[in-house]
Design a protein around this ligand. Structure first.
Ligand SMILES: [Zn+2]
Length: 193
């Protein structure tokens, strides 16, 4: 084990702003934020490095009781995509961290003001999406991305997993060259804050 990796032990105590890794090696999850490709802790808590799924998260030591409401702006990670809808795991509500587990559903009619043919051109699994809660029923939160500030914040290549870059003709993977489509936010890649 190198010095670098041994310094990032699982379960270690971290403070807000503490460096956890880079987005090339980890998917930022609950309790983290990204600036210039570097993943930092948002909260006081325990860092959890999921080496199998390449995720890094921080479990807060101070728990809040925040739950999504209508109108909340949430961040979620896409877990499943079908033609008509996408399912995501919400990990932040109104810029606040929380310790619960909430599922969000984005239906194709709530993606844009205009018609969208397929959800596969909107987002893909592992993407980070900023969306607005438009309704809640039985603890399932229905989301909308009908705004220039809402949509995919970070997209990852479905072939090699590298973060996609936003080019004039679409999303492009700088590593393998794959071209993909997304409904991105105006400030795509600019951070999850
Ligand atoms: Zn790629």
């Amino acid at each position: 084990m190198s010095l670098r990796s041994s310094a990032r032990k699982n379960g270690r105590f971290v403070l807000p702003g503490e460096r956890l890794g880079v987005i090339e090696e980890f998917i930022p999850d609950m309790g983290t934020y990204v600036r210039d490709g570097i993943i930092y802790s948002r909260v006081v808590g325990r860092a959890l490095l999921d080496l199998l799924n390449k995720r890094v998260s921080v479990y807060p030591l101070v728990h809040g009781a925040k739950v999504p409401k209508n109108g909340s702006i949430v961040l979620g990670q896409v877990s499943n995509v079908q033609t008509q809808n996408a399912v995501m795991r919400i990990f932040r509500i109104d810029k606040k961290q929380f310790s619960g587990f909430f599922t969000g559903i984005l239906h194709i009619s709530d993606v844009r003001l205009r018609y969208v043919e397929s959800m596969f051109n909107v987002c893909k699994p592992c993407d980070i999406v900023r969306a607005k809660v438009i309704s809640e029923k039985n603890r399932t939160y229905h989301l909308s991305t009908k705004d220039r500030n809402l949509g995919v914040v970070y997209a990852f290549c479905s072939r090699c997993g590298h973060m996609l870059e936003l080019k004039r003709k679409g999303m492009c993977c700088p590593r393998c060259g794959k071209i993909e489509k997304r409904k991105t936010v105006l400030d795509y890649g600019g951070g999850v804050g």
